[in-house]
Design a protein around this ligand. Structure first.
Ligand SMILES: NC(=O)c1ccc[n+]([C@@H]2O[C@H](COP(=O)([O-])OP(=O)(O)OC[C@H]3O[C@@H](n4cnc5c(N)ncnc54)[C@H](OP(=O)(O)O)[C@@H]3O)[C@@H](O)[C@H]2O)c1
Length: 305
């Protein structure tokens, strides 16, 4: 164990952005199969707002005695490797950690993670942009896995929130599995959504073969699915009740280094979106949360330790 320390954003008693603290933590050495990443960038996602607001504490999903670590995805460089890891220090990587009940997170100077959960960031993709890919890109890829292959003749997919981080990536990825995609988004997002290769609408009528609900419309989104169709949500703890023979599932994004490698490659070529709104120093994590809470931004606010 090193005696050095790094900075990390945490909440002790969650009560919104004002309850976020940046504390010093001791640097840990990676164990077998692990690496220590020097974090260069880590976005603030909607889930981080919910953690700081205590949503998951109230659900009984957090049991930390002292504090809860903030942050899910990140990009940075490998600082140290454990036994059995074949990655050189200095390699540029991105990844995500999952689970609510943890005292560490990606909103920090350093993170020890399983090497298998990481992907190398391709040359030409900067670490700030790369940091916005893992959580929402993997959630999108895993939503597309839940949708499966589009049945012949029943391939009309509505993606709600198609200009958002999850919805935008679902919109771009779903044609891989044969879906014909229409993106539901705000009028001002039409150019962005059409640029992903999808049709566009600001208002959807019922009758879709499948709905991927990036806008968290829940029951309202489920009502847009035809009888016997498919609904994939983003809130696994609160899926809307199934009705009319509709198959209802919800994604729980999990780390997957191999899929992330593909997502980053497709981001580097511009095929997948990676939008950054602003960059904040880690010490101003609370300001980044307030910016997200104000809404209206396109692209992520990213913390730089
Ligand atoms: N379960 C999981 O594993 C998982 C993983 C990642 C994310 N998520 C969740 O997925 C959700 C989306 O995350 P995100 O990062 O993609 O959020 P985001 O970037 O804010 O995207 C949401 C998009 O939906 C739009 N929207 C909301 N209501 C709409 C409506 N009625 N019509 C058209 N567009 C509408 C928003 O536009 P405005 O900004 O104009 O409202 C925004 O563009 C969040 O709840 C997040 O926590 C879950």
């Amino acid at each position: 164990m090193s005696t050095h320390t790094y900075r990390a954003a945490v909440v002790r008693t969650p009560a919104g952005p004002d309850s976020i603290e940046v504390i010093d933590r001791p640097v840990a050495d990676p164990g077998p199969g692990e690496v220590r990443v020097q974090i260069a960038a880590a976005p603030v996602n909607p889930v981080d707002r919910a953690v700081a607001d205590g949503v998951f504490h109230r659900m009984g999903l957090v049991h930390q005695p002292d504090w809860t670590g903030m942050g899910w995805d990140f990009a940075g460089t490998i600082a140290a490797t454990g036994a059995g890891v074949d990655m050189a220090p200095g390699t540029r990587v991105a990844g995500m950690i999952d689970g609510f009940d943890r005292d560490f997170g990606a909103h920090a100077g350093q993170l020890v993670v399983a090497a298998a959960d990481l992907a190398v960031v391709p040359d030409g993709l900067d670490l700030v942009a790369a940091s916005t890919v893992p959580l929402n890109g993997l959630a999108a890829a895993q939503i597309v896995d839940l949708l499966g292959d589009a049945p012949a003749g029943e391939d009309r997919l509505l993606v709600t929130g198609a200009a958002g981080a999850v919805g935008g990536s679902v919109t771009a990825l779903a044609p891989d599995r044969g879906w014909r995609v229409t993106g539901l988004a705000r009028a001002e997002d039409e150019t962005f959504v059409r640029g992903l290769g999808a049709d566009f609408t600001t208002r959807a009528e019922p009758g879709w073969d499948a709905v991927a609900d990036g806008a968290v419309l829940q029951e309202e989104g489920l009502a847009l699915v035809r009888d016997g169709g498919t609904f994939v949500g983003v809130q696994p703890s609160a899926p809307p009740p199934a009705e009319r023979g509709v198959t209802v599932t919800a994604v729980t994004a999990h780390p997957d280094g191999r899929t992330l490698t593909d997502l980053l490659a497709r981001t580097a070529t511009g095929e997948l979106p990676a939008r950054v709104h602003a960059v904040f120093p880690l010490e101003q994590a609370a300001d980044a949360h307030r910016a997200l809470a104000r809404g209206g931004a396109r692209g992520r606010d990213v913390l730089r330790p």
